[in-house]
Design a protein around this ligand. Structure first.
Ligand SMILES: [Zn+2]
Length: 201
């Protein structure tokens, strides 16, 4: 099993941060807690971003600067990392901020190995053009595509697209029913539970 740790962020509006451990390798998804080596345990291999929005990258600099882990983002969202009009720093906080460090762009179907496990990259455009899920055995980190209780991400932010989002939600609903969905905000859910509440079927 992949061990999943969910540290709480000091920022009230922050997205969920997930720390995944398998064997002696660790990755962090959407770093919104300050870098903390005690959270890592083992070698930090990846810093993975489900998409480029500001509330998912609040502590990206501290993780990237203090480690040699690869920063992973989809090719479609990579330019948004440094652009405050795309990552929404400007819209929500008026800050001209972004991430301007190194990264590796990934595409739908790419595989990331972590310990004895593999995470698959699944492209879920809609909330942003480059939203991705990281899918492992029995679990998926779905960013802001779906939220527990039948909710889903906004598509009225820059470069959002409802038709694409609807197709991406359908893609998530095609995962096996017992897949645990770790959402970008709020509680986790399962595909089966989500289907009970979803207006998109
Ligand atoms: Zn977002």
């Amino acid at each position: 099993m992949i061990e999943v740790i969910t540290p709480s962020s000091p920022y009230g509006f922050a997205a969920n941060t997930y720390i995944l451990r398998s064997g002696n390798e660790t990755c962090v998804i959407d770093p919104t807690v300050p870098y903390d080596p005690t959270l890592v345990g083992g070698r930090l291999k990846y810093i993975i971003l489900t998409h480029c929005h500001f509330d998912h990258i609040l502590e990206l600099d501290s993780w990237a600067e203090n480690t040699s882990a690869e920063v992973i983002i989809s090719a479609e969202d990579a330019e948004g990392l440094s652009d405050p009009s795309i990552n929404c720093y400007l819209l929500f906080s008026g800050l001209n901020k972004g991430y301007r460090g190194r990264y590796k762009a990934v595409y739908d179907g790419d595989k990331l190995s972590l310990g004895e496990h593999t995470l698959s990259v699944v492209h879920l455009p809609g909330h942003t053009p480059g939203c991705i899920a990281l899918v492992g055995e029995g679990l998926a980190f779905v960013g802001d595509t779906v939220f527990a209780g039948g909710g889903f991400g906004r598509c009225d932010l820059p470069r959002g697209n409802y038709r694409a989002l609807r197709d991406s939600i359908m893609k998530v609903l095609s995962f096996p029913d017992d897949t645990v969905l770790y959402c970008g905000h709020g509680e986790s859910t399962t595909v089966k539970e989500y289907k009970k509440h979803s207006i998109i079927k």
